[in-house]
Each structure stands twice: as C-alpha cells, then as structure tokens.
Design a protein around this ligand. Structure first.
Ligand SMILES: CC(C)(COP(=O)(O)OP(=O)(O)OC[C@H]1O[C@@H](n2cnc3c(N)ncnc32)[C@H](O)[C@@H]1OP(=O)(O)O)[C@@H](O)C(=O)NCCC(=O)NCCS
Length: 179
C-alpha cells in the first residue's frame, strides 16, 4: 500500500471514492452530500489550510482522508479538522482506514500541527488516538446533533489541554446537515 498527498491530479478519483463509499454505507443522499463536500473543499480551501492523503493499491485510490484548518480565536496552537474519511467498500475491514489515518496524523505532526479534532464514531477513531471531548474543551464550529461524536487528540503533548475561544471551520463545512 502506497500513499499520496497529490489531490490535484487525483481530484475526480477522490470525489468518486467518497460518493461511492458513503452511498454504499449510508444511502444516495449522504453519498451526494459528502461527494459535493469534498469537491467544495478542493475548490475553495487554500493549499496551506488543506491536507488530503490517499492510500493507493496498484496505482488506484482506495481510501482518502481530508484535514482542513480550524480557527480558535484565542489559541496559539494550530488545529485541524479530520473529515471526511472513506475506504472503498470492497477494501473495508482490512486495516486500510487505520493505517491511512496513522500515516496522515504523522504527516500533520511533522508539519507542526498541534491538535486534530473530528466528528464520528469513537469505536473506530479511538483506534488511532482520538478520545471524546466536550464542547467546553473545544468549541464546535457548528451546533452538534450528536455531541458524543465530538473527538480530539493532541499531536504535540501527552494530553489535550482545552482550546480557548470560539471556533471556525472552512466555509465548505458551514452546512448544518454535516453536523
Ligand atoms: C469507517 C471506515 C473509514 C473504516 O475503515 P476500514 O479500513 O474499514 O477500517 P479498519 O479495517 O482500519 O478498521 C476496522 C476496525 O474499525 C471498526 N470499524 C470499521 N468501520 C466502522 C464504523 N463505521 N463504525 C465503527 N467502527 C468501525 C471495526 O469494528 C474494526 O475493529 P476491529 O479491528 O477491532 O475489528 C470505512 O469502513 C468506511 O469508509 N466506511 C464508510 C464511510 C464512513 O462511514 N466514514 C467514516 C465517517 S465518520
């Protein structure tokens, strides 16, 4: 399994992967929602605020994860949001998702990112270092319909100290249907 962070040349392949994987697991509406989200992120987020990494099998993208910068008004630490995450349906359950996440988190750490937050199932994300956090530890950028899914980890310290101030996400995520 190889990895690439080249999302410019792989744009259509990555968008198609997210649409197909979420359509299979959660239905056509969710597939479209996440496919459009990823296209919107690629179209609107500045290079320095986006990190996308994909796993390759025989030259084809089989899994992708995106990280986009968050802003915490009173914070000196750099914070990224991990979302979305998808593994091609036929490749799920083989450890590819966890391996890709470890690779991506390691690259962010080497790039000086201090904290990564995400919103999802703790049963999966706890395998790669995430823990549940409260909104007093890190304000969410949008109202959360499932607060138990708000997760975080520090890449630079043993424990995640609370993040100060209200938060912002990139405009592509300012859609209540995603939260
Ligand atoms: C969720 C997903 C990214 C996991 O990737 P994967 O490569 O299949 O997962 P791995 O093989 O690395 O890890 C499997 C482990 O995670 C758990 N897991 C996998 N998918 C899970 C899910 N949707 N919810 C909770 N746990 C999950 C499994 O129980 C398994 O645990 P085990 O190793 O103790 O048996 C992948 O299944 C996927 O793309 N699903 C559809 C899209 C999606 O739901 N994305 C995440 C949104 S938050």
């Amino acid at each position: 399994m190889g990895y690439t962070s080249n999302h410019t040349e792989r744009r259509e392949e990555i968008c198609a992967l997210f649409t197909a994987s979420f359509t299979e697991s959660e239905g056509i509406g969710e597939g479209k929602l996440i496919g459009h989200l990823v296209a919107d992120i690629f179209d609107t987020v500045a290079e320095e605020d986006l990190f996308a990494v994909s796993a390759l099998d025989q030259g084809a993208v089989v899994a992708s994860i995106l990280f986009t910068r968050m802003g915490y008004e009173e914070e000196g630490r750099s914070v990224f949001l991990l979302s979305p995450v998808a593994v091609a349906t036929e490749h799920q359950g083989k450890g590819i998702g966890q391996a890709l996440l470890r690779h991506g988190l390691n690259s962010l750490k080497e790039g000086g990112v201090d904290v990564v937050l995400t919103y999802g199932d703790i049963n999966f994300y706890s395998k790669v270092g995430f823990a549940q956090i409260s909104e007093s530890e890190a304000a969410a950028p949008m109202p959360l319909s499932y607060p138990h899914g708000w997760l975080g980890q520090s890449l630079s310290a043993a424990t995640l100290e609370p993040l100060r101030g209200p938060s912002t996400c990139v405009p592509a995520f300012r859609n209540p249907d995603l939260w």
